[in-house]
Design a protein around this ligand. Structure first.
Ligand SMILES: [Zn+2]
Length: 98
């Protein structure tokens, strides 16, 4: 795996709540790919091995913990919770229709 020059070892992705290792610029591989594809970067990436329910529960807990005084943190947590809810709903719908 190549690393962009200047990305310090141990640097973490800039996207909210990500924490993955930097791949290029200030973003991890997944968020960098989203940026290159013109997709919003500020969304949580899917964590493999974690069920949709766990992802939704984590996002909702983060939303509940988010400081209402920090508008940006609150907005992100709200957005992430909504994304997790939609993913979970889609996963349930897939199960029902298959
Ligand atoms: Zn990332």
């Amino acid at each position: 795996m190549s690393r962009a020059p200047g990305a310090p070892d141990g640097a973490r992705c800039d996207a909210a709540g990500c924490g993955r290792r930097v791949y290029c610029g200030s973003l991890c591989r997944g968020h960098y790919r989203r940026k290159r594809c013109g997709l919003p970067v500020d969304v949580p990436l899917r964590r493999w091995g974690r069920s949709g329910w766990e992802a939704l529960a984590d996002a909702m807990l983060a939303y509940a913990d988010a400081s209402a005084e920090d508008r940006e943190e609150f907005r992100r947590a709200s957005h992430n919770a909504r994304v997790a809810a939609v993913r979970y709903a889609r996963a349930l719908a897939d199960k029902v229709t298959k």
